[in-house]
Ligand binder design. Sequence first.
Ligand code: COA
Length: 260
Amino acid sequence: MSFENLAVVTRGGIHTITIKRPSKLNALNRQTLQELYGAIIDASGDDKVRVIVITGSGDKAFVAGADIAEIREQSPTEARSFSQFGQNLMSMIQSLDKPVIAAINGYALGGGMELALACHLRVASSKARLGLPEIKLGIMPGFGGTQRLVRLVGSTLALELALSGEPISAERAHELGLLNQVVEPAQLEEAVKAFAAPLVKAAPEAVRGILQATLQGADINLEAGLALETARFALCCATEDMQEGTAAFLEKRAPEFKGR
Ligand code: COA
């Protein structure tokens, strides 16, 4: 699939999707959302892709939100389908069985923050600012922001961010547990690689099991979550990779996982 508003490249198992609308600070219009949907489907079905990285073009923004000019022109019915499409995209990202890392190179506002929240890991430049400014436009988050933020940081902070509309610094977001790491802008690519590279070499069944048990488990009761964990643990133990990983430990060597 070819894209107008995205650049995609796979190197060493790491598939980087760069959102490319720099003149609009990478705002998500319908076309970009649809392209992102297609890019994620492509990457999820490609065996060469082991980790997905999502970032923004230019040095100013990750994504400055959904496209405000488009929102303004929508009928209420179109707004409903826009919100549902955005939510479906974010849910698809969150439920992928490959790790997705947000490389937050600048503003992550509104839909940009919601996109980052749907990713599994978030690494940010110290210049980044994160927020849900929709209230200032007379609207509210519509791509899952009210649901994912409260689950990550609780209602006190989720409501502070959504009701004030004020963005917070990367440092504060890190303190709140919203980010895995904050680095100087020039170090962002290396920092993301440091998270991604071990995952490229990891046993895929273990990666899939950890993602599913952790994320689905968080939304179901403990008993059901524990049953899910047991099922995924047993699946890992049915793989050649489990034999290899445990043998490598006992033989004091590095494992070589084959994805079988
Ligand atoms: N939708 C559409 N266009 C957007 C946009 C968005 N979410 N965010 C930025 N842009 C456009 C601006 O309209 C401007 O376009 P123009 O040059 O054609 O006028 C361009 O991107 C640059 O933005 P600008 O506001 O001039 O940059 P800035 O450095 O002064 O401010 C921000 C940066 C991020 C603080 C500011 O752009 C902003 O507040 N954006 C909207 C954030 C938001 O409310 N997001 C939620 C949307 S639901």
